[in-house]
Design a protein around this ligand. Structure first.
Ligand code: ATP
Ligand code: MG
Length: 172
């Protein structure tokens, strides 16, 4: 299998690769870099946003959510809400979902997600691919993957209409 660097030689010169406005690819070399990236996304997030995180166990989704929370002004650490599905941080209006244990979108709807998707919250969903049918089309999709190096992650952004400009500013 080709490494991501072989796929795109530009990556060795630049951390950010924005080959097309719809997709942005970032390499982070440490948990701190992923935290900082999440913080930048949090700093441009607003009420009503839906941020979908896809990626295998341990790829950095929860680290990124901690960054989003920090970008929204929350200092404390947050954990994956695996057993309670939906966890709220009311101070910053963050609704943090972990869909890992859910089989289908209906389970998330039964858990009451619509109240938060339609309300004044910022919803961040780990394992969003499992419940995609329950999620609105205008969302920021973020895909996390492992890289060749242990502490490197590949993070790809696919912004919905409401996110294109904001993601463009992040890559600048
Ligand atoms: N570049 C990196 N970015 C993020 N995390 C990294 C990176 N390099 C190493 N790590 C480590 O990988 C782990 C990521 O854990 P995290 O809980 O964020 O994963 P996750 O995707 O939320 O997994 P899960 O699906 O189990 O919830 C942490 O132990 C972190 O220290
Ligand atoms: Mg997690």
């Amino acid at each position: 299998m080709k490494s991501p660097r072989q796929e795109n030689p530009k990556l060795s010169q630049s951390k950010w690769v924005c080959s097309d406005l719809a997709v942005l690819k970032v390499f982070t070399k440490s948990p701190e870099e992923t935290l900082n990236l999440g913080e930048r996304v949090g700093s441009v997030s607003k009420l009503g946003d839906v941020i979908c995180l896809e990626g295998d166990l341990g790829t950095g989704k929860t680290v990124f959510v901690n960054g989003i929370a920090r970008g929204l002004g929350f200092a404390g650490p947050i954990r994956s809400p695996t057993f309670i599905i939906i966890s709220l941080i009311p101070e910053i209006k963050l609704c943090h979902v972990d869909a890992y244990r859910l089989d289908a979108a209906e389970a998330l709807i039964s858990a009451g997600i619509d109240e938060f998707l339609e309300g004044d919250w910022i919803c961040v969903i780990e394992w969003a691919e499992k419940v995609i049918e329950a999620l609105p089309a205008d969302r920021l999709w973020v895909k996390f993957s492992f890289s060749d190096a242990d502490s490197e992650r590949i993070i790809r952004f696919a912004p919905g209409a409401g996110w294109v400009e904001r993601i463009r500013t992040l890559s600048g």
